[in-house]
Design a protein. Structure first.
Length: 54
């Protein structure tokens, strides 16, 4: 209940964005391979930022 007012940290925001990009890459993998690779690349860049914050 008290988590409602808690702000997300930068790491949590990046992690949710990373998961979103991976889901998009997976769904695009059956229809548009080039876009899927682009989303996977973007997700990889975000993972590098997450690792730098750790």
């Amino acid at each position: 209940m008290f988590g409602i007012f808690k702000k997300k940290s930068e790491k949590d925001k990046l992690r949710s964005q990373y998961e979103k990009l991976l889901k998009e890459a997976h769904s695009l993998s059956t229809t548009n391979r080039k876009m899927s690779d682009q989303k996977a690349f973007e997700a990889d860049e975000i993972m590098k930022k997450i690792e730098q914050l750790s």
